[in-house]
Design a protein around this ligand. Structure first.
Ligand code: ADP
Ligand code: TPW
Ligand code: MG
Length: 578
């Protein structure tokens, strides 16, 4: 009888395995990262796919710098680091400009970049996109780490996260090598690597003696002022500031991105009295604001006798430009709580004429401003003021809209014109006054907040990031981009000082139809030449809650060189005719 073979061959069983990329995605999820901004290619394409598949939103860009600007804005608005993903070599460097800018502005973000195999980079053997990325990043960011082994990924992510948000926030670079991304581990071994980090952004209360010193100085002040910086906006201390102002009656002045932390348009807002504060205030409380170029020299001169109380998380900031009479080093929420508790027990001695004098000045300046807007209301072609006269009341009636703003005159005039009433609703080119944050920041603001965004852009400024209008469209974001086209950097009337007939260095395209660029990506677009057309277009566009682009035709002579900061230009000895 023939024998039947009843034994079946069992497939050998292997333990489940994971890659470095799996571990990285899981580590990011552990610290609650739900969004990544980036641009893929070797070696991070599969990583982005994995992240998307596992519930991390991946916002894909046309240029890494803009993805980085989005991540930085996301970090600024949420208080959690924004995450940027880049490829090796130039992708890394394109993104690094934004990470460096985030560091200068104290925005928390993490740039994760794939990098090539180490050994041929170190021996300069010409490997694919070989670049010593870690060492290039180091001097430009708050912290930089490289992770070479999948076992180290969870620790690396937690370190990067803590570095980005602890103390003074900033940009962190995390280099992940290609072998590390592709390395394989047994899943149960990998499971053991993960842990939930405790208290990722601990409170750092100030010393009581420092608080007492500050309160004593404030109580004795005759002409005090509170100067609010974007550090206060970031730290979300609007309620404490409101309490402090209400309890003491001290007037406040906001830096550009701090507009709206307390309302611009309120009895104690001294927004129009910057020079008077600099000249006359005897005690100034800096709340998350640095005494950098924006608060010195051509921007006004502090009286020799002004004393400063500075609330900041970074002890190295103290005394860096001016002696600080009362440093209060700690996180702003804790510091303000302690100061409020102190002033509640203390009698203030403010000069009763100080606030009324500032209010009188404010009323006079506001009347002048109104006159200017009225005088320019029907200028044809329109100038910056004509256009802003139309946009101002509509923006102020829609305080939920986040305003992104860059340019020279377009920046200065928009900032001066549009009153803000909500914190963290104004994002601009900030500390470095850089161009090329517009589309990225608009994307980051829309994604992080879910709110409407309006980006008011100079035509030059828009050129730096314009292609990422396509990202606004692809992700169907509620963003209206308004381009003030005066045909140039500062204006469109520059003259070639030689004879070759080339455009002047500042000349761009006064007849460009930026609205057609919007058409290419399916946005709702408008080209407007009159205030009436602008009013209709702007009202319609913001109601759409969908991508829209308005090309605002200004006159080529609208705007002056460098806007409000022309004094920073080195003066030419003479005009050289070639
Ligand atoms: P602005 O440009 O509006 O004047 P800056 O960027 O110059 O503002 O200053 C912001 C300051 O806020 C920085 O010195 C930073 O260290 C500080 N800062 C940021 N976050 C906090 C925080 N949570 N607590 C205290 N200070 C903070
Ligand atoms: C990365 C220099 C400052 S402002 C500006 C440039 C090029 C553009 C001003 O023109 P715009 O606005 O935007 O059309 P307007 O209304 O005055 O005409 N490169 C970088 N950053 C900066 N700051 C510059 C160049 C600059
Ligand atoms: Mg311009």
């Amino acid at each position: 009888m023939a024998q039947t073979n009843t034994t079946t061959t069992q497939a050998p069983s292997y333990p489940a395995q994971v890659t470095g990329m799996d571990i990285l995605v899981r580590a990011l999820r552990m610290v609650d990262i739900d969004t990544m901004y980036g641009l893929v290619g070797i070696p991070v394409t599969e990583l982005a796919y994995l992240a998307q598949g596992r519930g991390i939103r991946f916002i894909s860009f046309r240029h890494e710098q803009q993805a980085g600007m989005a991540a930085a804005t996301h970090g600024y608005l949420t208080g959690k680091p924004g995450v940027l993903l880049t490829v090796s070599s130039l992708g890394f460097m394109n993104g690094l400009t934004a990470t460096a800018n985030a560091t200068v502005n104290c925005y928390p973000m993490i740039q994760i970049s794939g990098s090539s195999v180490r050994e041929p980079i170190d021996l300069e053997q010409g490997t694919y996109e070989g670049l010593d990325q870690l060492n290039i990043a180091k001097p430009l960011v708050k912290a930089a780490y490289r992770v070479n082994k999948p076992e180290d990924i969870p620790t690396a992510v937690v370190r990067a996260y803590r570095a980005a948000i602890s103390g003074r926030p900033g940009g962190v670079y995390l280099d992940v090598t290609t072998p590390c991304l592709g390395a394989i581990m047994d899943a149960d071994e990998a499971d053991k690597l993960f842990y939930q980090p405790v208290d990722l952004c601990p409170a750092m209360p100030p010393a009581q003696a420092a608080v007492d010193r500050a309160v004593e100085m404030l109580a004795a002040a005759k002409k005090p002022a509170i100067l609010i910086g974007k550090g206060a906006a970031y730290a979300k201390v609007e309620n404490q500031l409101k309490t402090l102002v209400e309890k003491t009656g001290i007037p406040y002045y906001p830096m550009s991105m701090a507009k709206g932390v307390l309302p611009d348009n309120a009895p104690l807002s001294a927004l129009s009295c910057r020079s008077t504060i600099m000249e006359q205030a005897d005690v100034v409380v800096l709340v998350g604001a640095r005494l950098n170029w924006l608060l010195s020299r051509g921007h006004g001169k502090w009286s020799e006798s002004t004393k400063f109380i500075q609330l900041d998380i970074d002890p190295e900031e103290i005394d860096c430009n001016r002696p600080i009479a009362a440093p209060v080093v700690g996180d702003l929420a804790s510091s303000l709580d302690a100061i409020i508790a102190g002033v509640e027990k203390t009698k203030m001695s403010m000069d009763p004429t100080w606030v009324p004098a500032l209010q009188k000045e404010t009323a006079e300046k506001n009347a002048k401003f109104k006159e200017r807007l009225t005088a320019n209301a029907s200028a044809m072609p329109m100038d910056h003021w004509t256009a802003l006269g139309v946009i101002k009341p509509i923006m102020e009636a829609n305080p939920d809209i986040i305003l992104v703003n860059e340019g020279a005159n377009t920046l200065d005039d928009t900032r001066d014109c549009i009153d803000m009433s909500q914190p963290r609703h104004r994002i601009d080119c900030a500390t470095w006054a850089i161009m090329g944050m517009g589309m990225g920041s608009a994307v980051g603001a829309a994604v992080a907040s879910g709110q409407r965004v309006v980006a008011i852009e100079g035509d030059s400024a828009f050129g730096f990031s314009g292609m990422d209008f396509s990202t606004i469209c692809r992700f169907k974001l509620p963003v209206t981009v308004v381009i003030f086209n005066n045909g140039g950097i500062y204006n469109g009337v520059g003259e070639n000082m030689g004879t070759n007939g080339d455009p002047a260095p500042t000349t761009l395209d006064i007849h460009a139809r930026y609205d057609k660029l919007g058409d290419a990506f399916g946005a709702t677009t408008y080209y407007v030449q009159t205030p009436e057309e602008l009013q209709k277009a702007f009202t319609e566009a913001i109601a759409l809650k969908a991508p829209a682009l308005i090309d605002v035709q200004l006159g080529a002579d609208s705007g002056k060189e460098s806007g409000h900061i022309g004094y920073l230009n080195p003066a030419p000895l003479e005009k050289i005719i070639v």
